[in-house]
Design a protein around this ligand. Structure first.
Ligand code: F6P
Length: 367
């Protein structure tokens, strides 16, 4: 097995609190055994460009004081060196000239192994680069928590803290003004943030994207809960709706803008406004109002859980590279951090919310 002297690292996709804690752990673990760490800026754009603006050695000094901070000191982007094509009804990712650029720049900077920190898109690129001879280890990071192969991704817990705090605050004004407050949260096609946040923040209705093709919820169901609460003299309701929720009234389609990113994802958002409008038509005695938490969920300091998870993932990612264990991600399984093959983890994306949690939502919601 060739010796690892220099490790590259990059952070891609939507950011989240905890990434910097992982970078700090990577640098500390690597330097403890005399291995150098080189940072690539702005996701996959870094190794594609490979110039001084996109490549920076990371010293112990560089990662000092960043344990708790949000964002990423390396910057991020949704750059994709592969191109999406449809062939015989199947999606294939064809390498563009950027893949050759990455290989050449990794060689130029003498990178023996590359650690990619990100969501399913970033990790998907890492896996595909493996097929082109690049030795990669992935660290799962996304507030959406929709990556297979791990119980939790870095950032989810911090986003959950933000959502819970927002719901605590919204409760008092909902109560005071006798309103239906609809809170839209992120999560793309998974309802992890909605379910965990909604349960922790005591939402009366929790709406997720998971469900049959004809839709994951209907306005009738939401109205029923609000009216039932009114009968119990509860003159307010809090509705948490995931951005990817699919109204039956829209034939199970998500509410999205026309914007599509380099990985083919549409920009989700707006289902809360749609729902508010529909509820207004139902002439409820409570006025609906909307709060979209949006990018607030990706910001702020990392929770202790995320700092710890990121630190453990960072340490393990370096150790996997040193042991020659590639094409894997660091996965939290119960309390252990394991090497999970990227192919396996990616095949499970987007990881749907645990049905047991949906059962809890059902039995506890709207009372
Ligand atoms: O990071 C994941 C995520 O926050 C999704 O929940 C959301 O749909 C998306 O990113 C928004 O991405 P962008 O930063 O491209 O607007």
């Amino acid at each position: 097995m060739p010796e690892v002297r220099r490790i590259g690292v990059l952070t891609g996709g939507g950011d989240s609190p905890g990434i910097n804690a992982a970078l700090r752990a990577i640098v500390r673990r690597a330097y403890a055994v005399g291995v150098e760490v080189i940072g690539f800026r702005d996701g996959w754009q870094g190794p594609i460009e490979g110039d001084d603006r996109h490549v920076c050695p990371l010293s112990l000094e560089d990662v000092s004081g960043i344990l708790y901070t949000g964002g990423t000191i390396l910057g991020t982007s949704r750059t994709n060196p592969f191109e999406k094509k449809e062939r015989d009804g199947e999606t294939v990712w064809e390498p563009t000239e950027k893949v050759e650029a990455i290989k050449a720049n990794l060689k130029k900077h003498k990178i023996d192994a590359l650690i990619a920190i990100g969501g399913d898109d970033t990790l998907g690129v890492a896996h595909r680069l493996g097929e082109h001879g690049v030795r990669t280890v992935g660290i799962p990071q996304t507030i959406d928590n929709d990556i297979g192969g791990t119980d939790y991704a870095i950032g989810f817990h911090s986003a959950l803290a933000t959502v819970t705090d927002a719901l605590d605050k919204l409760h008092t004004t909902a109560h005071a003004h006798h309103r239906v407050l609809i809170v839209e949260v992120m999560g793309r096609d998974s309802g992890w943030i909605a379910v965990y946040g909604g349960l922790a923040g005591g939402a009366d209705v929790i709406i997720v994207p998971e469900g049959p093709p004809e839709g994951s919820f209907s306005v009738d169901e939401v109205e029923q809960v609000i009216r039932r609460r009114l009968e119990q003299n509860k003159r307010f309701s809090i509705v948490v709706v995931a951005e990817g929720a699919r109204p039956r009234e829209l034939g199970g389609k998500q509410v999205a803008s026309g914007e599509v990113d380099a990985f083919g994802h549409v920009q989700l958002g707006g289902v809360s406004y749609w729902l508010a409008e529909e509820l207004r038509k139902r002439k409820l005695p409570l006025t609906p109002r909307v709060t979209v938490l949006a990018y607030l969920q990706r910001g702020g300091i990392a929770t202790p859980f995320d700092r710890l998870l990121a630190t453990r993932f960072g340490v393990k990612a370096v150790e996997f590279a040193l042991e020659g264990v590639y094409d894997v991600l660091t996965g939290l399984r119960g309390t252990a951090v394991e090497a999970v093959p990227l192919a396996q983890a990616l095949a499970e994306c987007p990881k749907p919310v645990d049905p047991e949690l949906l059962r809890v939502v059902k039995v506890i919601g709207g009372s």
